[in-house]
Design a protein around this ligand. Sequence first.
Ligand SMILES: [Zn+2]
Length: 431
Amino acid sequence: MDATIQKISGQVDSLRNEMVAFLARLVQFSSLPGKEKAAQRFYAEKLEALGLAPEIVTSRREELQSHPAFCDDGISFDERLNVVGRWRATGNKSGKKKDAPRTLILNGHMDVVPTGSETLWSASPWSGEVKGGKLYGRGSCDMKAGLTANAFAVQALQTLGFRPAADVLLESVIGEESGGVGTLTTIVKGFRADAAIITEPTSLHACPVQSGALTFRIKVAGRAIHACMKPHGVSAIEKFYLVLQAVQELERRRHVQYKNLLYDDADNIAPISFGTIHGGDWPSTVPDQLTVEGRFGVLPAETMDDARRALAAAVARAIAVDPWLKGHPPKIEWFEGQFESGQTAVTEPIVESIQQCHAGVMGRATVLQGVTYGSDLRLFTNHGHVPAVLYGPGNIAQAHTVDEWVDLREVFSAAKVLACIITQWCGGEFA
Ligand SMILES: [Zn+2]
């Protein structure tokens, strides 16, 4: 282990108790969508204490609604605050060209998803309780652990007298779970850097690629008649079966054709799933209508239009083989969440920097991985033109679950790796 990493590691370890207390306090704020304000103020106080002069950046509908990546999540814009702190470059800027200082964003979201029935939880979802090296509560893993690691990476370096040669921005945003209003706000307001790390729970895997997801509705028509006369009517449910088969075939074929070694499961990169189904209104009536809603996975690098066309083509294939459907084509609607995929090339220097620092701190290589869920990564890569990678503490399997928890060792490790990345990426010097 090199001397810098050793110093950082020791410093983070000495801050362990403070980190745990901070994370527990963050979890105790029930920062549900639209209710993040108090937690954001608390995070801003922390950044203030670190001398990062945090700006409160308000999300305003009128500044976002014409943006192509804006997703209206229906949440009131009354109190949607984002926090951006800036650790200003004061370190030595000279040095070799290759090591030119580069700015860095460490981003995390403060919003958490609802708890579901609290009676299913072993303790209050807002307890922040620590047991057996795990910290419990809604948002502990997704992703207040990441926000904590971001702040304490800076704190550890400051305590060591480090001065960065390029700015480090700490962003705490709202609205990630419901479409990314917060990070989009920071991009629209012009916050940029040479790279961004979003400390989502990736189990400290480096994830430069994410699939997207589109929400769709398909309406299938039939012709109602008393079920005793079935051959004279048309069942919308049975006609939907043709559409279902065509969509399943599309899903299978897309996964056969698409190759991306960053995904563990080649058959589950951009799943297409039907989530709701409503049809008919009486058991002994042949149903004359059926509506399904679902989620259409967007492949990395696929455009939204191409994804929408792929579903339309699959439905058209079902129509082509059925005379009734030809005369009564199912209608496709796109609504609510429309999330692009996003990707940063694995050859980008920030990916290498994460790999190097992870290996230095952890003594083993990190896993490079693509993820099937949506995140704010796409906003940085597609709209901010900032290379971005997901890398953070906690296991995604814990996110959105009952008794959510995070392994505290990963939070400490994340802070160490992030601190190392700052020294390497931004350059600078220790006092
Ligand atoms: Zn998250």
